[in-house]
Design a protein around this ligand. Structure first.
Ligand SMILES: [Mg+2]
Length: 294
C-alpha cells in the first residue's frame, strides 16, 4: 500500500485551501487542544470560526468530555458563540442508543454526576456504586476524586459481577483515555485501563459512544441530516480520537499541533497508516491566513 501524503496547509496555495473550504458544509471542532488551551482561545481560532460562519459553514463542537455539563461547555466556548445545540458529547449519543434499542431496565453507571443527572432527567433508572455503598459520598473535586480512585477497583468489581451474572447485559463505554487529567497537575489512570480489564474479565466487548467510535458520527449524521460525509471536515489535535473519529465516520480530517500531538509524532508516524489526516497545520491561524480573503 502506498503511503498517504498529509497535505500541509502552509504548503498549499490560498486557492487550494479555499477549494477545501468550498468542498465542505459542516466543520466539526474538537475543543481542548484544538480551540482552547487552559480555557483560553488558541491563536487564530476565534477569527477562523467567525470567518467560517460568514462563509455559511455549519460549525459544531464534538468533545469526549462528560465531566462538564453542556451548559459549562457552552460557557467555556463563549469566545465562539456556541449554542447548546452545537455541542455533541457521548451523552446524547448514549441516549439515542437507548432510544433505538428500546432499553427500559436499570443501568449501572460508573461516571460523573453530569452523566447520571442527565440520564435520570431522561427517565432512566440509574444505579451507582454509592447506592450499593451509601457510606461512599465523595464530592467531585480534584483531590476528593483521588480518594474515589482508591475505590475504583471495588466499583469496577461490581460491574464485573453484573457482566458475568446477568444474561443479555450490555457494556457501554464513553471516553476511554489511557491517562486522564482530573485537575491541573493531576493526571490519573484513565478509563481505558478499567475498560480493558472489564472486557477481558467478562469476555464482552464494549459498545463505544465517544470519539473515535462511528456511533457518535452516526448520531451527528442523523441530527444534522448529513448525506455526504465527505462534505464534513473534522478538526482536532488528537490522532487516535479526533482523526480516528473522522476516518471512522468518513469525514475529511484536519490535524492541528496545538494539543496532544507533536510535530515529531507526525514526522515519525507511529500510528496506523489509516489514521493519517488529510490536512495538517501547526495551528488554526495557518488555516485562517489562507482563507481570510475569501
Ligand atoms: Mg483535544
Amino acid at each position: 500500500m502506498s503511503e498517504k501524503k498529509i497535505k500541509k496547509i502552509t504548503e498549499l496555495t490560498c486557492s487550494e485551501v479555499q477549494n477545501l473550504i468550498n468542498s465542505v458544509d459542516i466543520v466539526l471542532f474538537d475543543i481542548d487542544g484544538a480551540l482552547l488551551v487552559n480555557s483560553l482561545p488558541l491563536p487564530g481560532s476565534t477569527e477562523l470560526i467567525a470567518k467560517l460562519r460568514k462563509l455559511n459553514k455549519d460549525i459544531r463542537f464534538v468533545t469526549n468530555n462528560t465531566l462538564y455539563s453542556i451548559e459549562t461547555i457552552k460557557d467555556n466556548l463563549r469566545f465562539f458563540n456556541a449554542e447548546h445545540k452545537d455541542i455533541f458529547t457521548p451523552i446524547p449519543s448514549l441516549l439515542e442508543y437507548i432510544k433505538l434499542t428500546n432499553y427500559t431496565q436499570d443501568i449501572y453507571v460508573i461516571g460523573s454526576s453530569t452523566v447520571t443527572n442527565i440520564l435520570r432527567q431522561n427517565g432512566l433508572k440509574i444505579i451507582e456504586f454509592k447506592d450499593i455503598h451509601p457510606s461512599l459520598h465523595i464530592e467531585e473535586t480534584g483531590v476528593a476524586l483521588k480518594e474515589l480512585l482508591l475505590k475504583a477497583l471495588e466499583i469496577f468489581q461490581v460491574a464485573d459481577a453484573l457482566l458475568r451474572n446477568i444474561k443479555s447485559i450490555k457494556l457501554i463505554s464513553g471516553i476511554s483515555d489511557d491517562m486522564t487529567p482530573l485537575a491541573r497537575n493531576l493526571m490519573v489512570i484513565g478509563t481505558k485501563y478499567y475498560l480493558d480489564g472489564l472486557e477481558r474479565w467478562s469476555g464482552m466487548k464494549a459498545i463505544p459512544m465517544a470519539k473515535p467510535a462511528h456511533e457518535l458520527g452516526d448520531i451527528l449524521k442523523s441530527v444534522l441530516n448529513i448525506t455526504d460525509s465527505q462534505r464534513v471536515l473534522m478538526v482536532g489535535d488528537n490522532v487516535e480520537t479526533d482523526i480516528g473519529f473522522g476516518v471512522n465516520s468518513g469525514f475529511k480530517t484536519f490535524l492541528v499541533l496545538t494539543g496532544a500531538t507533536t510535530k515529531e509524532q507526525v514526522e515519525i508516524w507511529k500510528y496506523s497508516e489509516s489514521l493519517k489526516p488529510d490536512y495538517l497545520a501547526q495551528d488554526l491561524e495557518d488555516l485562517y491566513e489562507k482563507i481570510k480573503e475569501m
